[in-house]
Design a protein around this ligand. Sequence first.
Ligand SMILES: [Zn+2]
Ligand SMILES: [Zn+2]
Length: 163
Amino acid sequence: MGALTKFFSHLHKMVASYFLTVLPEIIRLIILAIFVLWKFYRLVSSNYKYMSMINKKSSKFVYRRNHGHLKSDFQECAICLSEFVEGEKGRELECKHMFHRHCVEKWLQEYKATCPLCRNSIVSEEILAEYHRVKDEQNNSIIEKELALILLSVMHGGTCHGF
Ligand SMILES: [Zn+2]
Ligand SMILES: [Zn+2]
């Protein structure tokens, strides 16, 4: 009977010390996971706002030679300098300048929020600033690396002192 009590008290100590080591890691993991989700939410929402602004300030079209979509001097996309081909998807900005859809979307998302030809701005200052802030944060983030380190350390049952 004494041996059994001793065994249970030993087991209890083992479980308690295991939780004391692992619990702080789990709490840190949860906090980091919340940060990552929050950042992901901000990224998705700022992308959504940015894209819906572009959609509002431009219209999509599919190039059809016979329908006279493009005036004679707008036969080519000024970004890739290629001529429009029958059936290609394009985007006409507010300023009436037209480009391939993928060319102008890449331009607006990665370079500038203005028309490549006349520099008319497409996205409001406020949405543009938020879009770039969130993008920069994403590029310089150490939170995801920290999360990966802690995950590894929890899986190995050790502790991590990197935070
Ligand atoms: Zn193009
Ligand atoms: Zn323009």
